[in-house]
Write a protein that binds this ligand. Structure first.
Ligand SMILES: Nc1ncnc2c1ncn2[C@@H]1O[C@H](COP(=O)(O)OP(=O)(O)O)[C@@H](O)[C@H]1O
Ligand SMILES: [Mg+2]
Length: 249
């Protein structure tokens, strides 16, 4: 976040990128009120530079080792809430809506921003992302096709033969064994999420990270097919506690 925020912002940053093919993309300015800053970062003196950014979000590290993701992507919020409990998805500590905290740079419209406090993951290295890119692409296509064809109850969905998918997708990959393991685990995780109502469509290297135990996890459920349906606590006053509230179906 910028060292000298505009007046009335306890912290501010411009995040988001415009991608012509990506609906809703584009830069926006975030301004945290003193209360929001305190709730999200405690008494942390310096918030510093973000440790990672994508098309919709940037992530900042907290003094306690967790991270805060500021995003305008409501679908990510819904995906993460629905995926709760999956050990292949980043562990979420809390989610809050920061009303009127964002300003869309292109349209000048005020937009809501969401703050997701989560465990910190280590992003995949660029070389890992490189060798995974093709296999991940081919596995994603096969998984989405299988999910699309599936007619049974979502809760019973299982991808057939994850290890066979791994072998097929990883043919010719530099790290064949590692690749096969990853892809078959990925197929299992895809199935687990599907049973929870989440269709993980945005599988690329930048959306995975490694936790403190060395286990890979999904960190972005932006394209999960779930539109707004939850109640998210609003963080605009000192009395509001950060808590994930009940979900509405
Ligand atoms: N829990 C996390 N720990 C560490 N870095 C993260 C975490 N979540 C996201 N990031 C970093 O922030 C980037 C943007 O987050 P992401 O959720 O993918 O946003 P976008 O919707 O913009 O793609 C990621 O590519 C990753 O580098
Ligand atoms: Mg992403």
């Amino acid at each position: 976040m910028s060292r000298r925020p505009p007046k009335a912002c306890a912290a501010s940053a411009t995040i988001g990128k415009y991608k012509p093919k990506v609906k809703g993309s584009g830069p926006y300015e975030v301004c945290l009120s003193p209360t929001q800053r305190k709730e999200l970062f405690g008494d942390q003196k310096v918030i510093g530079k973000s440790i990672g950014c994508g098309t919709f979000a940037c992530v900042w590290q907290k003094d306690n080792g967790q991270v805060v993701k500021l995003t305008k992507d409501r679908e990510d919020v819904e995906g993460l809430l629905s995926a709760k409990g999956s050990d292949r998805v980043v562990k979420v500590i809390s989610i809050a809506e920061l009303p009127a905290s964002g300003l869309d740079v292109r349209s000048k419209k005020v937009i809501p921003v969401y703050a997701i406090t989560a465990e910190k993951l280590t992003p995949l290295t660029s070389s890992q992302q490189k060798w995974l890119s093709k296999p991940l692409n081919s596995a994603r296509t096969a998984l989405l096709k299988s999910a699309e064809k599936y007619r049974g109850p979502a809760k019973q969905y299982q991808f057939p033969q994850p290890s066979e998918l791994g072998r097929r997708a990883c043919k010719g990959a530099v790290q064949t064994k590692k690749c096969e393991t990853f892809i078959s685990q990925f197929a299992d995780a895809f199935g687990e999420l599907f049973r929870k109502g989440v269709v993980f469509q945005d599988a690329h290297g930048g959306n995975f990270g490694i936790d403190s135990k060395g286990r890979w996890k999904i960190l972005d459920l932006g394209y999960s097919g779930i539109k707004k349906r939850s109640i998210v606590p609003v963080l605009n006053g000192p009395s509001k506690k950060l808590r994930v509230l009940r979900r509405v179906r």
